[in-house]
Write a protein that binds this ligand. Structure first.
Ligand code: SF4
Length: 677
C-alpha cells in the first residue's frame, strides 16, 4: 500500500514541510508540501533529496565493541554492562558528553540530565559551541537573549535587509526566497561578506566586500557615520537603551579614513549603507558564521546589535538581529541545556537563580553541579571518558589531528550515531540509533518554532532511539526513578514542567498546528510568541546595552611562508560534515570532491589552472583539493568547504578560540597553496 505522510525536512533549521511517499514501510519518494507556511511548496536541493541517507548500506544496525583493536558486533546488554562499569569509575570532571543539533529536544533533554544527575558534572556541550556560542556571548549582555527575535516569515515584510557573514542563498535557501520577495517589493539588501557570493551578486544592492576579520571596523564605521550625521533613532536610544555617551565618545575617537583603508570598504559604500540602514522603516539583520567564527566573533555580534539598537530596529516584527542556526535542532538542543553553563531553559550556572538548586528540587536529586563545565574543545582535550552523540568532531572541530590524539587517549570513548563516522571509527563502543522519521519528537527551528516529527518507518536492525539508550544506561547506574521514561511524550511532559517557555507546547497541539508554535508559549491556550523585546529587553534592567568595541585583528594573518587567507564554509548541496548529504547520491553527484576557490590573479602567479589539484598547507598540516578559479574571492583569499573527509578542511584550520565563548577561528587563518606535481 502507498501512503503519503507529512514530515519536516531533516536538514537546515528553516523547518520546511515535505510529504514522504511510503510503500510497505519503506520510503520510495517525496513531494514538497504546498500548504506548509514555511516553504509553501518550495524546497532546496537538500530538501528535495531528504530521505535517501536513511537507506545507505553502511547504516549501523548493531552495537559494536572494540576487541583486540577491532570493532566487532556486540549486543545491547554487553555494551550497557561495559559502559556502566566504566562510567562508575569516572570522577565528575573526568566525564564529558557531546550532544547533537540533529537530535530531538527529548533526546537532548535526557542527555544533559544524565550528565548532571548521574555523572554530576556540567561537562555537556553540543555543536552549537562551534557555530553560535558567540551569539549567546554577544547578545546576552546587549539585549539579554541570543534567539531570533522575530518569525522568519517577517523577513519579507521588511524594507531593508542587512546580511552579515551569511551566504543566505546557499545556506538558508527558503529564507533567501523571503528576502527575494521583499526585494521584489522594493526592499534594499546590503551584503557584508569578503566573498562575492551568489547572495551578494543576486540579492545585494550594496556589497561591502570587507577584508576577512575586519567586521568590527566596518560596523564601527557605520555607527560613527550614523551618529555624526544625526541619523540615529534618538527616541529609541533615549527610551530603550543605555550607554550612548560612552559609545559616542569611543566612535568620535576613531579615524574613518583609517578604518575604511584597513577594511577595504570605501567611504562611499560606508556612507551609502549607513543612510540606507538609518532610513529604513523596518530593517532586519540576518547573520551567521562569517561574523561568528572568529576570535573576535563575540565583539562583532555586540557591535552589530549596537548598530541595530541605535537605529531603533528592535522590538517590532521584521526587526532585530537574527542568528541563523545551521542544524535542524540547533535552537532546541540549546533550549534543553546541552551547554556547559546553562541548565534547561538557559538558566545560567553561577547566577543568583542557582539553577543547580532549582533543578535539584525539580528532579529530586542532591549535589547537582554548580560550576561551569568544560567547553567543547577543552572537553575533548581534558576528559578521560567521553560520550559523543550524533556529532562528528573528527570533521567539525578545528585541527582534527590534535582531536584524534585526544580521542585516541580516552579511557572510554562511546560514540552513538547512525554511521561509522570518522569519530565513531576511533570509539571503544559504537551505539546504533534511529534518526529523523524512524522516531518521534520535537525540534525547535531557527525562529524558536517548535514542530513535531512523527515516526513513519522502522529503524534498521537493532538501532534504538537516542533517548532510550541514555535512559537504559542511567537506569543501570542506579537512577531508574529519574529516567523512568517509556516514550518521548513522557519526556516532553517533564520538559514542560521545568522549562517554562515550553509549558503550553504539547504533541496534540503540534499535530494540529501546521508550521508549529514559537516559544515562549506559557500555557496551552497561548498562541506562541512571534516577536521578542516589544517593550523591554531581557537584560536585568530591561534596556538594550550599547557596547563599545575595539577592533582586534584575527589571530593568524598571512606571512611569507603562508601568504594567503583561508576561510571555510558550506556548499548548498552538502550539510555540515557530509554524513547525510554525502550518502545521498543526487547531492554527492553535484559536488563529489572538494574544491578551493582561488582568485585568477593568485592562480596565475602559482601556475594554478581551473580544475587542477592543489595542496593547501597551514601550520597544522596539508590537504588537497581541486582549484576552482573565480573572481568571487578577492586576491590573497581562498575559500574551502568543510564537508569532505578525504580533503578535511579542519585538518588545517586554526584551533585558537574566542576568549569570550570558546568559538574557534574557522574564518581566517594563513595558508599556502601549490599545484600538486
Ligand atoms: Fe530543508 Fe532547509 Fe532546504 Fe528547507 S531550506 S528544504 S529546511 S535544507
Amino acid at each position: 500500500m502507498i501512503e503519503y505522510k507529512q514530515t519536516i525536512c531533516p536538514y537546515c533549521s528553516c523547518g520546511c514541510g515535505i510529504y514522504l511517499v511510503i510503500e510497505d514501510g519503506k520510503i520510495i519518494g517525496q513531494e514538497p508540501q504546498n500548504e506548509h507556511p514555511i516553504n509553501e511548496g518550495g524546497n532546496c536541493p537538500k530538501g528535495r533529496n531528504a530521505y535517501q541517507f536513511l537507506y545507505s548500506e553502511d547504516r549501523l544496525k548493531t552495537p559494536l565493541i572494540r576487541k583486540n583493536g577491532e570493532l566487532v558486533q556486540s549486543t545491547w546488554d554487553e555494551v550497557f554492562e561495559l559502559i556502566t562499569s566504566k562510567l562508575k569509575e569516572a570522577e565528575p570532571n573526568e566525564f564529558g558528553l557531546l550532544a547533537s543539533g540533529k537530535n530531538t529536544n527529548e533526546d537532548a533533554y535526557v542527555q544533559q540530565k544524565f550528565t548532571r544527575v548521574v555523572m554530576k558534572t556540567n561537562n555537556v556541550e553540543y555543536c552549537g559551541r562551534l557555530c553560535h556560542s558567540s551569539t549567546a556571548a554577544g547578545l546576552g549582555p546587549t539585549v539579554g537573549s541570543g534567539v531570533m527575535p522575530i518569525s522568519q516569515m517577517d523577513i519579507e515584510k521588511t524594507d531593508c535587509i542587512f546580511l552579515v557573514g551569511i551566504n543566505l542563498k546557499e545556506t538558508f535557501p527558503l529564507m533567501a526566497k523571503r528576502a527575494m520577495r521583499a526585494k521584489a517589493k522594493g526592499a534594499k539588501i546590503i551584503v557584508m561578506d569578503p566573498r562575492k557570493t551568489i547572495t551578494a551578486r543576486e540579492l545585494g544592492d550594496i556589497h561591502l566586500q570587507l577584508e576577512a576579520g575586519t567586521d568590527v571596523l566596518v560596523l564601527n564605521s557605520l555607527m560613527k557615520i550614523i551618529l555624526e550625521n544625526e541619523l540615529e533613532d534618538k527616541e529609541f536610544i533615549e527610551s530603550r537603551t543605555t550607554g550612548i555617551e560612552a559609545l559616542r565618545e569611543h566612535l568620535t575617537s576613531l579615524d574613518l579614513q583609517e578604518m575604511s583603508k584597513i577594511s577595504s570598504v570605501s567611504l562611499k559604500d560606508l556612507n551609502k549603507t549607513a543612510r540606507m540602514l538609518a532610513k529604513a522603516k523596518t530593517c532586519c539583520v540576518i547573520y551567521n558564521q562569517g561574523l561568528n567564527q572568529h576570535t573576535t566573533g563575540t565583539d562583532g555580534i555586540k557591535a552589530l546589535a549596537t548598530l541595530a539598537l541605535i537605529i531603533g530596529q528592535y522590538g517590532r516584527p521584521g526587526t532585530g538581529l537574527c542568528p541563523t542556526r545551521g542544524q535542524i535542532n540547533g535552537e532546541g538542543t540549546g533550549d534543553m541545556g546541552c551547554l556547559n553553563v546553562f541548565y534547561p531553559g538557559f538558566q545560567r550556572v553561577g547566577t543568583p537563580a542557582e539553577p543547580h538548586i532549582k533543578f535539584g528540587e525539580l528532579w529530586g536529586v542532591e549535589n547537582l553541579p554548580a560550576e561551569p563545565g568544560l567547553p567543547y574543545t577543552k572537553m575533548i582535550q581534558q576528559t578521560k571518558y567521553m560520550w559523543i552523540i550524533g556529532t562528528n568532531p573528527m570533521m567539525a572541530a578545528p585541527d582534527v589531528d590534535r582531536v584524534r590524539e585526544s580521542l585516541e587517549a580516552k579511557e572510554l570513548l562511546i560514540v552513538q550515531d547512525i554511521y561509522l563516522t570518522e569519530t565513531a571509527q576511533l570509539a571503544d563502543i559504537v551505539l546504533p540509533v534511529s534518526t529523523w522519521v524512524e522516531r518521534e519528537g520535537v525540534h525547535a527551528y531557527v525562529d524558536r518554532r517548535v514542530q513535531k516529527i512523527n515516526k513513519l518507518v522502522e529503524p534498521p536492525g537493532d538501532a534504538k532511539p537516542d533517548w532510550w539508550v541514555v535512559c537504559q544506561v542511567a537506569n543501570r547506574m542506579g537512577f531508574k526513578d529519574k529516567f523512568d521514561f517509556s516514550s518521548p511524550s513522557e519526556i516532553l511532559d517533564e520538559i514542560r514542567k521545568v522549562v517554562p517557555p515550553y509549558r503550553g507546547i504539547t504533541y496534540e497541539r503540534l499535530e494540529n498546528t501546521l508550521g508549529g508554535i514559537q516559544w515562549p508559549c506559557p500555557s496551552e491556550d497561548h498562541p506562541g510568541t512571534s516577536t521578542f523585546f516589544t517593550e523591554k529587553f531581557n537584560t536585568p534592567d530591561g534596556l538594550g546595552h550599547l557596547q563599545v568595541i575595539e577592533y582586534k585583528p584575527p589571530a593568524e594573518l598571512p606571512d611569507k611562508a603562508y601568504p594567503y587567507i583561508l576561510s571555510t564554509g558550506r556548499s548548498i548541496f552538502h550539510y555540515h560534515t557530509g554524513t547525510m548529504s554525502r550518502r545521498t547520491p543526487k547531492l554527492d553527484a553535484e559536488v563529489p570532491i572538494n574544491y578551493c576557490q582561488v582568485n585568477p590573479k593568485d592562480a596565475a602567479a602559482k601556475n594554478i589552472t581551473d580544475g587542477c589539484k592543489i595542496t593547501l598547507s597551514t601550520r597544522r598540516g596539508s590537504i588537497e583539493a581541486k582549484a576552482r578559479l573565480t573572481d568571487d574571492v578577492p586576491k590573497g583569499f581562498v575559500f574551502l568547504p568543510f564537508h569532505f573527509s578525504e580533503s578535511c578542511a579542519n585538518k588545517i584550520t586554526n584551533p585558537v578560540l574566542d576568549p569570550s565563548c570558546g568559538m574557534p577561528e574557522y574564518k581566517v587563518c594563513s595558508v599556502n597553496i601549490e599545484v600538486v606535481k
